[in-house]
Write a protein that binds this ligand. Sequence first.
Ligand SMILES: [Zn+2]
Length: 441
Amino acid sequence: MNDPARPMSGGGETLAEQARALVRSSPSGRAVVRLAAAVDAARTIAPAVAVLGHQGTIAVDTPAAIGAVPGPVLDLPRHVAMPPLVNAHAHLDLTGVGEVPFNGVFADWAGQVRSRRAQTPEAVAAAVHEGVRRSVAGGTGFIGDIAGNFGLAALESLRSCAEHEGLAGVGFVEVFGIGKGSARGVEFLKGLRESVVAERGGIRLGVSPHAPYSCDDAVYAAAAELGLPLATHLAETLDELQFVRDGSGPFRELLKSVGAWTPELAGWGHGPVERLQEVLQGTGALLVHLNYLDQVEFDRLVQRVTKGRGSVAVYCPRASAFFRHPAKGRPAHRYRDMLAAGLPVALGTDSAIVLGDAPTISVLDEMRLLHRRDATPAATLVAMATVHGAAALGVDPSLVQLPSGARRGAASLIAVPVSAAAAGPVTGMLESDQPCEWLWR
Ligand SMILES: [Zn+2]
């Protein structure tokens, strides 16, 4: 807790304010920031120098490679610079729901969230705006947000404030439809392209069939046909696996309780990845969670890597921990095996409900969890939080990389504090518990 999130110089100004003031005051229009390190998916530079101009980051490299630059200097010897982060899976409209304890049954938890979530357009807008604020405060430049429960109001709320806050990405409108609810889901999807513009305010329209236990094959097919960015929760719980296999278990009871169940819902006879493999082929779908994959399902998942517009796995480590995955006797999440097989794995935060008292909504904290728990190398974590997230959201990867050679790179930078006790700066930014700050945005 000893490492300050911001230096004491500058009278309490943010780093971004200090950096901008230096560039404005510089006769050359340049300012130099000296850092403990700078990292992106390709490189670790330690120590590092960032050259800033009126349009943002011009160059980031070693002191020797940068050489002498005329201009004022900002010294940040206990910070690491990074490109903006990508949060590939959030539910911003659930920001502010507060604590919803998990009793071990996911369907019960989801029911509580349904009854407590923002209902009016005004309440939805307030929740989304707060979610955007917390995301940007956590260094997020790009987001894949689920606009919950046919959430056109949530999508428009995001579109109305994201650009102003410096956030871009995809708003995935969430659809439910199974059994007696299937026709409604399909109808909604058929009208979506006509009723909603493909992009506004830096946020592209996407679609999210919620999960294999809440959407049937007709809804998934209608979603895939739209050709929009697509995300779905997949292989999240053992209850989901049971329902997809034979139609039994807590999700059958849930569907009965909401009047959606029909006798045809008797399962597909195999796992959820296999069930959705054909329909999602070539859609570039974000496959969110993937907590439970047996070897057959894992092989099917990574088989698709080389075929057409590939899917991207999205892992939300804190959400998985909140819901006590993996269940006793089940193997750990296989994100490292996925990466080794060539499947991109992006990071997501899921909803703020599962983030405890974290002040920001940031995949930096997901990186820190995986570093602590699994000793996952920093380079892997940085790639998951940047270029793999960009692949998931269809974002130009150069926007989440440092400038290098001919590549312009991200104009914005974040600065992550380094833990005082750490051996090296990049390890130190993962061992710190302090939030990042924007160095330029
Ligand atoms: Zn989710």
